[in-house]
Each structure stands twice: as C-alpha cells, then as structure tokens.
Design a protein around this ligand. Structure first.
Ligand SMILES: Cc1cc2nc3c(=O)[nH]c(=O)nc-3n(C[C@H](O)[C@H](O)[C@H](O)COP(=O)(O)OP(=O)(O)OC[C@H]3O[C@@H](n4cnc5c(N)ncnc54)[C@H](O)[C@@H]3O)c2cc1C
Length: 319
C-alpha cells in the first residue's frame, strides 16, 4: 500500500493532530508520503521527513495561506496521481474532513471518517469508527480507486521526531480560480478551554448526582483555578448534568492532558479509552474499591463535594 498523509498547516505551522495522522499512516506499513500545503511551510515539510515520512510533497505558495477547499482538493488529487498513492489520510479536523469528503466525491471513492483506529490487511484499509452516536463501533472499509480515511484527533499517537530526513518535492499549486475566495479567518472566542487542547482537565461523573448543579459548579471552579478544561463521563452527559461536548471516552473526545482529575467517575473501560493515556491521573472517589484507582497515579478516597472545594482552596493558596 502507498499512503499519502495530509499535513494541515495554520499560519505556517503544522496542526498538531496531523502528526497523529502521519503516525497512524506509518503503522500501516508500506510507503508513506506526506503532503504539506500552506504558505511558508518549509519547516513543516522538513519536520514531516524528520517524523518518518519517506517522501514529502510540498505546495508552499501564498495562494495556499488559507484553507480553500476547491484549491486544496485539486492539489490533493494532483499529488495522489503524481505519487501513485492508493490511500489518503487526514486528521478529522474541520478542514481535514471537508477535504477528505471533497476528494472522495471527486474520485468516487469511499471515505472512512472519524476513525479511532486504522489497520491494513493485504492492501485493504480498515478503520474502526463510532456509529449511532457512538453506541456501536463499526469496522469499515472503503471502495474506490483510493482508500480515504480521517483519524479523530488524539486517537492515534503522533509520529515521533526520529531525526530523519526525506526528499522534499516542491509541487506547483494547481492552476485555476476557486469559486470561493477566502479573505480572512476569524477565530471564535468562546472563553472556554478546548478539551482536546487542554493540558489539564477536571472531569465529573455520576458521582455528582446528589446535586449535579453544585457538583459541576465546584468542578468548574477547580478547573478555572488550574486553567483547565471541564470534562465529563457519559453517565453525567446522559443524565443531562452537562452537554455532550464535554464527554470524554470512547464515544466522546479522546484526550491526553498532562493532568486529568476524575471526580466521581468509576473508571469504566469506555471512559478509560478516552483518557487512559493522560500523563498523570488523579481520582477522587468515595469508594476505595472503584476501578479508577487502578489507573490513577494519585487517589483521594472521599466525597467530591468536600474534596474538590478543598483542592480549589489549596490551589488558590499555592498559585
Ligand atoms: C458503547 C458504549 C460507549 C460508551 N462510551 C462512553 C464514553 O465515551 N465515556 C464514558 O464516560 N462512558 C461511556 N460509556 C459508559 C460507561 O460504560 C460507563 O457507564 C460510564 O463511564 C460511567 O460513568 P461514571 O463513572 O460517571 O458513573 P458510575 O459508573 O455510576 O460511577 C460513579 C462513581 O462516582 C462515585 N461517587 C458517587 N458519589 C460520590 C461522591 N459524592 N464523591 C465521590 N465519588 C462519588 C461512585 O463510587 C462511582 O465510582 C459507554 C458505554 C457503552 C456501552
């Protein structure tokens, strides 16, 4: 199998989850090339080689400074044909999923979107992806001249920088005018720290049930004090204590923060699938037999309604 991995850039820097897509590509075996598109992206192209891509195709042009679906899709199709790749991978970011869908449509190729895991068997790409709001995990394959897949951010390990180097082929951007002119990109300021980017996450589970509003208020105060994002277990989301966008786990977001504080969460395997690779896990649970303690680096046996405010007060005093 010959795989081409899209390395998305933003302001001349690689979007971090693109290295995870490259990491997923490298686990498939066969030849793996990277495609970097952007403006002022020579360092990103060199880094793709350092992280193990066998060859790097680089479209480094002012006209590609902002993501434009028509231009980018035309570029990808041109490089797929030039490289002879029969698989195309991108991170499941907003731009990555748009691009995969557009390329798949143009080539009449199936797209395996939002994969949690990827493998290859005899040249056939297989993706594991959640369906029915994540209630079922499906094994999916794609038909068509090119097999296309997107990988959910944080689901795969980033390709490590092994100090390698690869030939960088400068590719001329495809000519033609795009029907859409992207003039500027403005970022929405939600004031919230994104779960997938956060280096600290404080999460709440069904353990807040006796007073969910107060429970998540206390969790939010600890998160604010630590500059952390707020996460939740599916039980807390299903009970309506907090919206789905906070859900961590197999059918929520996959996170890898430096510190994950689980408050009133039992540690079900589906929750661990989303946060088990956190660097340091702290568990607060009133049941000393709770399975979360088997993965926690630090455990506090106690009532979260007492422990969480005490931690907040201690953190405030310290910070
Ligand atoms: C297909 C599928 C996908 C799923 N996907 C996900 C997913 O993405 N994410 C996810 O989280 N789950 C997921 N689940 C659900 C998962 O199996 C568990 O049901 C869920 O994680 C349990 O959430 P919880 O730990 O908050 O609740 P519980 O298991 O009920 O645990 C609550 C914990 O709180 C403790 N507690 C209670 N009161 C207090 C208190 N006052 N102070 C401190 N501790 C207290 C209890 O001792 C207990 O350990 C999925 C399940 C399926 C079948």
């Amino acid at each position: 199998m010959k795989t081409l991995v899209f390395i998305e850039t933003d302001n001349g820097a690689a979007v971090a989850s693109s290295w995870e897509a490259l990491g997923a590509g490298l686990t498939l075996g066969g030849e793996v090339a990277a495609l970097v598109i952007g403006a002022g992206v020579a360092d990103v192209a060199a880094e793709a080689g350092a992280r193990g891509a066998g060859k790097v195709y680089s479209i480094d042009d002012a006209s590609r400074a902002l993501f434009d679906l028509d231009f980018y899709a035309a570029d990808v199709k041109a490089v797929l044909s030039q490289s002879g790749a029969d698989a195309f991978l991108a991170s499941h970011t907003g731009n990555g999923r748009d691009l995969a869908a557009a390329v798949g449509f143009d080539l009449s190729a199936g797209v395996i979107a939002d994969c949690l895991a990827l493998s290859a068997d005899g040249g056939k790409l297989k993706g594991v992806r959640p369906i029915y709001s994540g209630s079922i995990l499906a094994d999916a394959t794609a038909s068509g001249p090119v097999q296309i897949a997107t990988i959910r951010p944080r689901a795969a390990s980033p390709a490590p920088n092994i100090g390698g180097s690869a030939e960088v082929a400068a590719v001329t951007p495809t000519a033609g005018a795009s029907p859409v002119v992207v003039e500027n990109v403005e970022r929405a300021e939600t004031g919230e720290i994104s779960l997938t980017d956060a280096s600290i996450i404080v999460s709440g589970g069904r353990g807040v049930a006796k007073d969910p509003e107060l429970g998540f208020k206390l969790i939010g105060e600890l998160a604010d004090t630590l500059g952390a994002a707020v996460g939740a277990s599916r039980a807390a989301v299903d009970a309506g204590f907090i919206p789905y966008k906070h859900q961590v786990g197999q059918t929520g977001k996959v996170v890898r923060p430096d510190l994950y504080i689980a408050c009133g969460i039992s540690g079900a395997v589906q929750h661990l699938a989303g946060m088990g690779s956190s660097k340091v896990i702290v568990a607060i649970n009133k049941d000393s037999e709770s399975p979360i303690f088997s993965v926690a680096n630090y455990g506090i046996v106690g009532d979260l309604f007492e422990v969480v405010p005490a931690l907040t007060a201690a953190a405030k005093a310290k910070l």
